[in-house]
Every structure is written in structure tokens, then in C-alpha cells.
Design a protein around this ligand. Structure first.
Ligand code: BES
Ligand code: ZN
Length: 607
């Protein structure tokens, strides 16, 4: 009998599911317009032996339409049972989609205001990277980190995995008792004997900002509201590198208003982290490859900090509106760096960004719709489809508006934009009408100059894109010319060059350099042994096509340890072009060290 009732209710659920699709975000199965999750109580255990996270995710829900079902996203999760206040609820997992995972469809009673899902993550959960001790700095303890953006949170906890669904959370996480757990929440600072840690996040966040890190971690304060977590072997270096963080926070607040997240701490991850940084609220995750020893790569911290406004406070409604997160953040990052280091410095960042953008647009094709700011990612994995366009075309549009309208007025507008839309989502269309209504319509001549819609809905780089001049880069260009004319490298006036100037230098050396030329450069500047990951990367991109021998070992070493996709993709592309067998060999050895995000990109390229 029970079985018959069950079968009928399943049929009913399936029938409900075939109604008209009102979803706003096509990258989530959830239907928050019917039932929305508002708070999460997470109680999980982290099992390093079996490489899984398991436990209970209990959600407070708000049933807006008296709907009969709650839909959560899941990817590879094993569901043990679903209850509401200890009473079982029927559920089933819908059809599998290779990108989106599976909907977890839960039958609701009218009065249900909470739902508990008992689950376990898959051993190969896409969000999780389980590191052996050898893959860490200390070599003695394992490490786990999550990477939820864009749609991977669902692979480590069932959730409505759409940027438009915000929830507060509390968590209890049990880990091996020699490790510390930290989350995108209020965090512990020290290990305790039982390995059980509790967390609280009182500001509502979307699932893509859910984050967990577990490892042999130490905490150090950087300032009153800022600090850093790292393995003991890296903690001193991290404290030195990130010494400006508190300053950055003060500067950011002066520009765009109060910081909404209480603390800004940083977690330094092992080098296999697939990104440079991830703006998990209260606890930014960063790659250790920015520990250059001279604070030269810290604009990345400014970037992740800037997301505390653009992204975490005002959030892109769907991944099609990604530029509202990243373009604003790059603009804001450079404003922070301008205040900190001067305009000559931030202009170098902008010019390097412009070079990246030109290269990306060249690769995608000038008229391709992926060069629009407003994207159409339906049917695609956002993590594969998102490019520099959102970052740098977005930045240049905002810089154009700033230049046209005037900084003072633009700042006033942005401050208001962040405060009026705090803890809400924004899509491109709403932003366009917001800026028209609050800024541009009252100045039709200036509005006409900007041509916002061409930027947002049109391809390529519009011709009114601001140009940026840099005396510093001009000096680098001159140095390159003198090198080309055969002058000795010893005469180059480069003692005070920052890593940005070196990047510009390496990117603009003539295409037809020989092994001999590279050797000369290497002897003079020691590029193959640079401790700066950006410089190493740019150097390898020059050395690979030439087959320059002395850089081969360092390249292999780099590829074996660093998992940052931004470096790996171009390096493997260049290597594959030069020597596919070698590229394949190195990749096969290194693949086990990479996060699924990097692996997926590279598998396509190489295997
Ligand atoms: N939020 C992004 C990282 C991201 C984007 C993860 C899309 C998954 C999907 C982060 O803020 C970022 O942009 N990181 C950059 C560094 C930044 C300085 C441009 C990176 O990882 O290289
Ligand atoms: Zn970003």
C-alpha cells in the first residue's frame, strides 16, 4: 500500500514538474518563485579517508505560492533521507544533466517550514579538492577546500544554487582533530581538541559564496578587521605580503560606503587552487602564487575585497550578468590600487588588462556574441564560458562613464547604487534602466557620448573605449627597442621596474627571438628562476615556442605544482603547439594535482 501511495505521489510530482518553466536562472533547477530557502543549518563531517562530506542540511523555507514541492540542486550527491521535523518526506532525483546535475524534488506538506536533507557528497565532487600531505606546504597534513562559483556548490551540499537565492547559515563541521576548519562565515582562530567547529553567517548570501577550507592552518591578525589564515610554513610570508589589507579596506569604505561583512580575512590555499582568488564573504580564498615576496601582486586582494560590494552585496542575477560582478570589481580594484600606489601604478594594471582583453577578443572573434557584456550562457557551463570580456570590457565601460560624467558624480552614483541594492540581485537590463534613471537621462549629451547599449548588447570594443597612456610602459617600450637594436642589456634602466613593467616587457619582446636571445635575457634577469608567478608565466610563454632549454625544467616544475587555470591554459596551449607528446606527458603526470575546474578545461585541450 505504502508503495502505491508513494508511486502516485511521485507521478504527481513529475506532473507538477512538466508545467510551464518560470525559472529565471537556467543554471539552476530550483524554483525560488514558488518555494525559497531562507536559512541553512548545516551539520556535516569531513571524511578525508573516503573523500566525502556527509551529514544534514536543514533549510528554513518560505512557501510563497502554497506549492507542493521544494526543488534543490544537487550534483552527484547521495541522498539518504529527507525529513521535516523528523517526519519523512517523499523525494526523488530528477534526470541527470552533465552540467547542471540533478534536481532534488521534495514533496512538501502545506505547513512545512523546514526541510532536512541527509546526504553525502560524491568522491569526485566537482567543488572539492582533497589534497594529500605532499600537495601542501607543510607536507604533513591533508587539506580540503571548496570552490563553489559558479554552479558547483550543489556538488557539496544540496541547495538552491542560483545567485538570486540568498540565505543565512549556521554550520557545525567535524574534521580530523589536528586540522582547523574555516568557512565564509564568522571563523575560529585556533584548533580545538575535538575537531568540531561551529560557524555563523548572519548576512544572507547566495550558494556560490558557500565555502569551506580544512587544513593545518594558523591565524594572524593583519589589522583590526583583517587577518590571514595559512599553513605554518607560509604564515610569515603571508603576513608580510598582505600587510596593506587593512589599508585597502579603509580606502574601499571611503569610496563606496561601509563594509557590510564585519571582517575581511584571507585564506592562503595550496598551489593547486584553480583560481587566483575567490571572494568568499568574510574569508577570501587565494592562491599562494601571489606570495611574490615583494607585495607586487596584491591587487588581487583589492579585487577580492572589492567584490564585498560588487558581487557579494549587489549580486549578478544570473551568470549571464556576470559582468556586473566582475567588471565593477575590476574598476573598483583599480580605484583602490590608485589610492594605494598612485595612478601610474593603476594605469599599468589597466593597460595589462587591455592587452588581455584584446587577446581574448581576437581569440573569440570580434563579432561573436561572447564579446557582449550581457551573455547568453544557456546550455553551457558558465565556468567554461566566462572570459576576460566581463572583467575588462566591463572595466573600460565604467571607466568611460567615469571619464564622461566626472569621477565625483560617478562615485556618488555608485555609492547610492550599492546601498539601494544591497543584498539584492541585479540583472543587466535593470542596471541599464537604473543608471539611465539616476545618472544618464539628466545629461542627454553625455549619455549620447557613452552609448551604453552598444557596450552592453553589442560586440567587440566600441571605438569610444578610453585610451590609457603610461610613461612607465613607454620607458619599457624604449628598453625593448634598444634591446632590438643590439644594445647591451646591462645598460637597461630597469632597476626600479615593478612586476607589471616586467610583464609588459616580456609580452612585447619581438616575436622572432632565438634561443640565444633568450639566454642573454635569462642570464641578465634570471627569469627562469623568478619567484614571481606572473613573470614566470609570461617568460614560459616566450620560452616554449623557441624551445629554450634552460626554462624546461622550471616549466615542468611549475606545471606539476600550480593548478591556477589562468596560467595552465595558455601554457599547455603553447606547449601542445610546440610538442604535443611532451604536453600530454606532463599533463598526465600533473593532472592528479589539479582541481576539476582546471582539469575539465585542459582535458578538452589535451586528451
Ligand atoms: N570570482 C572570481 C573567480 C571565479 C569566477 C570563479 C568565475 C569561478 C567562476 C574571482 O574574483 C576572480 O575574478 N579571480 C581572478 C583574479 C582577479 C584579480 C582577476 C582569478 O582567479 O584569476
Ligand atoms: Zn572577481
Amino acid at each position: 500500500m505504502n508503495k502505491i501511495i508513494y508511486a502516485f505521489s511521485m507521478l504527481f510530482l513529475v506532473a507538477c514538474n512538466s508545467k510551464k518553466d518560470l525559472r529565471i536562472d537556467l543554471h539552476s533547477f530550483s524554483e525560488p518563485h514558488h518555494v525559497i530557502t531562507t536559512h541553512l543549518d548545516l551539520n556535516v563531517e569531513v571524511d578525508f579517508e573516503n573523500e566525502c562530506i556527509s551529514g544534514e542540511a536543514r533549510y528554513h523555507i518560505e512557501n510563497k505560492t502554497g506549492h507542493k514541492q521544494l526543488i534543490l540542486d544537487s550534483h552527484g550527491l547521495q541522498i539518504h533521507k529527507v525529513t521535516s521535523k523528523d517526519k519523512n518526506r517523499n523525494y526523488f532525483l530528477g534526470e541527470k544533466d552533465s552540467i547542471l546535475g540533478q534536481p532534488l524534488i521534495i514533496e512538501l506538506d502545506k505547513e512545512d517550514d523546514e526541510i532536512s536533507v541527509f546526504y553525502r557528497s560524491a568522491p569526485n565532487s566537482k567543488a572539492l579538492q582533497w589534497l594529500s600531505p605532499e600537495q601542501t606546504a607543510g607536507k604533513r597534513h591533508p587539506f580540503l577546500f571548496t570552490q563553489s562559483q559558479a554552479i558547483l556548490a550543489r556538488s557539496w551540499l544540496p541547495c538552491q544554487d542560483s545567485p538570486g537565492v540568498r540565505f543565512t547559515y549556521e554550520a557545525q563541521v567535524k574534521v580530523p582533530n589536528d586540522l582547523l576548519a574555516v568557512m565564509s562565515a564568522e571563523n575560529p582562530r585556533e584548533k580545538n581538541v575535538d575537531g568540531v567547529y561551529t560557524f555563523k553567517m548572519e548576512q544572507a548570501i547566495p550558494a556560490y559564496l558557500m565555502a569551506l577550507g580544512v587544513g593545518n592552518l594558523e591565524f594572524r591578525e593583519l589589522g583590526a578587521s583583517t587577518g590571514v589564515y595559512a599553513e605554518p610554513a607560509l604564515i610569515e610570508k603571508s603576513v608580510y605580503e598582505f600587510a596593506e589589507t587593512e589599508n585597502m579596506l579603509r580606502i574601499a569604505e571611503e569610496i563606496y560606503g561601509a563594509y557590510a561583512w564585519d571582517r575581511f580575512d584571507i585564506l592562503v590555499l595550496p598551489p593547486s587552487f584553480p583560481y587566483g582568488g575567490m571572494e568568499n564573504p568574510r574569508l577570501t580564498f587565494v592562491t599562494p602564487t601571489i606570495l611574490a615576496g615583494d607585495r607586487s601582486l596584491t591587487s588581487l586582494i583589492a579585487h577580492e575585497l572589492a567584490h564585498s560590494w560588487s558581487g557579494n552585496l549587489v549580486t549578478n542575477k544570473t551568470w549571464n550578468d556576470f559582468w556586473l560582478n566582475e567588471g565593477f570589481t575590476v574598476y573598483f580594484e583599480r580605484r583602490i590600487m590608485e589610492r594605494l600606489e598612485g595612478i601610474a601604478y593603476s594605469d599599468m594594471l589597466s593597460l595589462l588588462g587591455r592587452q588581455d582583453l584584446d587577446h581574448t577578443i581576437e581569440t573569440i572573434g570580434h563579432s561573436h556574441s561572447d564579446t557582449h557584456l550581457k551573455l547568453d550562457l544557456s546550455g553551457r557551463d558558465p565556468v567554461e564560458a566566462l572570459t576576460d570580456v566581463a572583467y575588462e570590457k566591463g572595466f573600460f565601460l565604467l571607466r568611460l562613464i567615469e571619464q564622461t560624467i566626472g569621477r565625483k558624480q560617478f562615485d556618488f552614483f555608485l555609492k547610492k547604487y550599492f546601498s539601494e541594492n544591497a543584498f539584492q540581485v541585479m540583472d543587466t537590463e535593470s542596471f541599464v534602466s537604473y543608471i539611465n534613471n539616476h545618472l544618464l537621462n539628466e545629461q542627454p549629451k553625455l549619455k549620447e557620448k557613452i552609448r551604453l547599449e552598444d557596450w552592453v548588447y553589442g560586440p567587440g570594443i566600441p571605438e569610444n573605449c578610453p585610451t590609457i597612456k603610461s610613461d612607465k610602459f613607454k620607458a619599457v617600450d624604449q628598453a625593448i627597442q634598444s634591446f632590438e637594436r643590439g644594445y647591451s642589456l646591462a645598460n637597461l634602466d630597469c632597476k626600479h621596474w615593478s612586476s607589471h613593467e616586467w610583464l609588459h616587457f616580456l609580452r612585447h619582446l619581438p616575436r622572432n627571438l632565438t634561443g640565444k636571445d633568450l639566454k642573454k635575457l635569462d642570464v641578465a634577469f634570471n627569469f627562469s628562476k623568478s619567484g614571481n608567478s606572473e613573470i614566470l608565466n609570461a617568460w614560459f610563454l616566450r620560452s616554449i615556442p623557441v624551445g629554450y632549454k634552460a626554462a624546461e625544467k622550471p616549466l615542468e616544475q611549475f606545471l606539476m605544482t600550480v593548478g591556477r587555470r589562468k596560467f595552465l591554459k595558455p601554457l599547455y596551449e603553447a606547449l601542445y603547439l610546440k610538442n604535443p607528446t611532451k604536453a600530454r606527458r606532463i599533463y598526465k603526470n600533473a593532472r592528479g594535482n589539479y582541481h576539476s575546474v582546471s582539469r575539465e578545461t585542459l582535458d578538452e585541450l589535451i586528451l
